[in-house]
Design a protein around this ligand. Structure first.
Ligand SMILES: Cc1ncc(C[n+]2csc(CCOP(=O)(O)OP(=O)(O)O)c2C)c(N)n1
Ligand code: SF4
Length: 200
């Protein structure tokens, strides 16, 4: 964690803790020095990640971590660039950026923590909320069919797409290591626990 920050803004049991550990493990395993890592986040509970990892970090705009990260990689190809955000961020407002990054095959790693809701804004439905699930924005149950982000990103041309689970830190770490090593755009979808809002 960065010096000066001594408190995580996360609920107990939040899956972001485990994904955080996996990112740290992967950077350590690959021996990447702090000054060669850039973590760019969007906005959300997940968006705090850039504040908690050593190295360069930027909390950008909601849904805009991918274009922000793309610009950084183009300007400084020596950096390991990781973009990170939630399902609302990446699969909702930022979906266009994700699909075009997959098509362009820019050499960055994009991790989405999918808790199937907009958690920071207190639990509204997202593009991955299952059918019939009641949320703040769908009190009678979500009636909009969710999409499959893995298939969508593959269809856009991404050659390295992985489906992972936050609590399986070993596999998640290896997925992040492989994604960083992959020469091109990598997408890691992480099924993320959110004990506060995701009660399904
Ligand atoms: C352009 C814009 N629209 C809306 C918001 C309000 N907002 C902040 S976080 C958020 C959703 C967060 O959900 P998600 O991206 O899934 O991340 P999580 O909090 O679940 O990690 C929204 C709608 C914003 N900050 N900027
Ligand atoms: S609301 Fe959910 S995603 Fe946000 S910190 Fe709490 S458990 Fe984590």
């Amino acid at each position: 964690m960065r010096s000066g920050l001594n408190k995580f803004q996360r609920c107990p049991g939040c899956g972001n803790f485990m994904i955080h550990l996996a990112i740290k493990n992967a950077i350590k395993e690959l021996n990447i020095p702090k000054h060669k890592v850039m973590v760019v986040t969007g906005i959300g509970c997940s968006g705090k990640m850039s504040q908690y990892l050593d190295g360069y970090g930027a909390e950008s705009l909601h849904g805009r971590s991918v274009p922000f990260a793309t610009g950084i990689k183009l300007a400084n190809p020596d950096l390991t660039v990781i973009a990170y955000g939630g399902d609302g961020d990446g699969y909702g407002i930022g979906l266009g950026h994700l699909l075009h990054a997959a098509r362009r095959d820019t050499n960055i790693t994009y991790i989405v923590a999918d808790n199937e809701n907009y958690a920071l804004t207190t639990g509204q439905a997202s593009p991955t909320t299952p059918i019939d699930i009641p949320t703040k924005s769908t009190p009678a149950g979500n009636q909009i069919t969710p999409f499959n982000p893995i298939e969508l990103v593959k269809a856009a041309g991404c050659r390295n797409v992985v489906d992972a689970v936050d609590k399986d830190i070993k596999n998640l770490t290896q997925a992040i290591v492989s994604a960083i090593q992959h020469q091109g755009f990598s997408h890691i979808h992480v099924n993320q626990a959110c004990p506060t809002w995701r009660r399904w």
